[in-house]
Design a protein around this ligand. Structure first.
Ligand SMILES: Cc1ncc(C[n+]2csc(CCOP(=O)(O)OP(=O)(O)O)c2C)c(N)n1
Ligand code: SF4
Length: 337
């Protein structure tokens, strides 16, 4: 077995971490350090780009290149970084406000273009930094500083938006669930093209308990399903439940009831081009269904940045002028004496 080149410490900066004690961002940051160490990509070959928000402070805590940019614009700047220097592994850190409200347009187009960036969406269903206004992922009827009588609008579901924008990688984890977070973050970085990891993140100050059903190990055993490519979709405290197809939808079944065995249970195929089942899995919610965690979709196709470089090479090969100097000397020229 080859030795790991880096440790989590190599990716930690010396900056004081300013998030509130108990904020889910702390746990995710630790998992990201560990995932990066496991990937074996040098800190100087890694760039972490964020917008504005509590979660967007994350680049300060990385010993990598980093850029705390403008509210909503992280995807645009991450795209620029990746295309300018395709050798870099580029991460984008955004909150649900940064990524899906002011930055919603950049989010969908980064996915549609399939830019090779790893988008980490810290979804606490609220604007934390600006002290508790509702966000595009707050549920209908949500009471907040900016919706004192409850919101009268339906939220975005990040997976639905990602798949609508032709997203090819979508994973989900819970902030405090380090094992799953590291696994999903690692898979997102290995995926060539735009990837989205939705982190169910708790904001202890303004939206405490927003992901209560899956916030504890016991809760996840009951209320979540860990999807793994090639494995049957089993869940429950003793893996006694499973998912089966029913008509165009899914149903939860119990092994042993009505003659149901493991053979009847759906097997997860994260690499299926058709996203219909991925969408159904990603949109499951309680109390009738488990919340899907892990890598839900992982389908490869050419990335924007590699296509840009391939096109440059193709055009250069056909044109006599390969450099600016060639170009300047290629047409009519005069010598002034
Ligand atoms: C152009 C602009 N509009 C509004 C703001 C105010 N603002 C700063 S952060 C933020 C939302 C933060 O929420 P989110 O992205 O969900 O991150 P969190 O703080 O919850 O991690 C807003 C509206 C701003 N900084 N710039
Ligand atoms: S306000 Fe919420 S999101 Fe912001 S640092 Fe505190 S706990 Fe975290």
């Amino acid at each position: 077995m080859s030795e790991q080149l880096y440790t989590a410490k190599d990716f930690k900066s010396d900056q004081y971490v300013r998030w509130c004690p108990g904020c889910g961002d702390h746990a995710l940051l630790n998992s990201l350090h560990k995932a990066m160490a496991g990937l074996g990509i040098a800190p100087h070959m890694t760039a972490v780009i964020s917008g504005i928000g509590c979660s967007s402070r994350l680049p300060y805590y990385m010993n990598t290149y980093g850029f705390h940019t403008i509210h909503g614009r992280a995807a645009a700047i991450a795209t620029g970084v990746k295309v300018a220097n395709p050798e870099l592994t580029v991460w984008q850190i955004s909150g649900d406000g940064d990524g899906l409200a002011i930055g919603g347009n950049h989010f969908i187009h980064a996915l549609r273009r399939n830019v090779n960036i790893n988008i980490v969406l810290l979804n606490n269903r609220i604007y934390g930094l600006t002290k508790g206004q509702y966000s595009p992922t707050s549920p209908r009827g949500f009471v907040s500083k900016s919706s004192p009588y409850g919101t009268v609008e339906d939220p975005f579901r990040p997976a639905e938006l990602a798949f609508g924008a032709r997203g090819r990688f979508f994973g989900r984890c819970v902030d405090v669930d380090a094992a799953c977070s590291i696994e999903v973050l690692t898979a997102s970085a290995k995926h060539k093209g735009a990837s989205v990891v939705e982190v169910l993140q708790n904001c202890v100050i303004f939206n405490d308990g927003c992901h209560n059903a899956v916030a504890t190990k016991e809760g996840r055993a009951k209320n979540a399903i860990y999807l793994k490519h090639g494995e049957p979709m089993l869940f429950g405290e003793n893996n006694e439940k499973g998912l089966m197809q029913e008509g165009f939808g899914l149903k939860v079944v119990t092994l042993g009831e009505n003659g149901i065995t493991e053979k009847d249970i759906l097997v997860h195929n994260a690499h299926c081009e058709d996203n219909t089942l991925h969408m159904k899995l990603a949109l499951m919610e309680g109390p009738d269904f488990p919340i899907a965690l892990g890598v839900i979709r992982d389908v490869e196709s050419p990335s924007y940045d590699e296509c840009v470089y391939a096109q440059i090479e193709e055009v250069r090969a056909k044109k006599p002028a390969r450099t600016l100097e060639d170009f300047l000397l290629s047409g009519d020229k005069w010598e002034i004496k």
